[in-house]
Design a protein around this ligand. Structure first.
Ligand SMILES: [Zn+2]
Length: 186
């Protein structure tokens, strides 16, 4: 049975075999977007940042603090400030309002969504592998900063629409050090 790893910062599709290699040309295009790609990123970033900020504000205000054991997982995956993280459980992650973003990031199919220090999940209790994965994204936010993180996520998604993007590969690899995820979707 095909299973989705619905984690992502913002989206995923649904294949579960080994993802294709990322080519040097794709890596270069992500690092230095050509004018057409840069224009797409510039056009989509404000709406994506607005979605992210609204979702993060909700998770921060309505979510719960991490337990001591969960904070230990956060430290293991590199989070600098586990005490700032809030975990919100919802029945289903609401879709993106912007139709272009809704197509790029089908978040309503995701099991988790990290938007900064706010993590929204659809599973309770949250499985350790899912928590570790989302916390790895928190560490990415801390390392890159919120807006650069979104631009990078957007660039990777636009360059690699049918592949597992590097930020997800990294989060999966880091999360798997704590608890192995059940399947990889991309
Ligand atoms: Zn992820």
């Amino acid at each position: 049975m095909r299973r989705l790893l619905g984690l992502i910062v913002l989206g995923l599709c649904g294949c579960s075999h080994v993802p294709p290699d990322i080519t040097p040309a794709e890596v270069a295009r992500i690092a230095a977007p050509d004018p057409a790609l840069a224009a797409q990123i510039a056009e989509l970033t404000p709406a994506l940042r607005a979605e992210e900020m609204a979702r993060d504000a909700r998770a921060l205000s309505e979510g719960r603090r991490l337990s001591a054991a969960e904070q230990e997982i956060a430290r293991k995956v590199g989070v600098q400030h586990p005490e700032k993280v809030r975990l919100l459980r919802v029945a289903k992650i609401p879709p993106m309002a912007d139709p272009r973003l809704a197509t790029l990031f089908p978040v309503s199919r995701a099991w988790g969504l990290t938007t900064g220090y706010g993590i929204t999940v659809t599973k309770a209790p949250v499985p350790e592998w899912l928590l570790a994965h989302e916390l790895a994204h928190v560490a990415q936010y801390e390392r890159l900063g919120p807006e650069p993180m979104l631009r990078r996520y957007l660039a990777e998604t636009l360059v690699l629409p049918d592949n597992l993007i590097p930020l997800e590969r990294e989060a999966i690899a880091i999360g798997d050090r704590v608890a192995t995820s059940p399947a990889y979707g991309y």
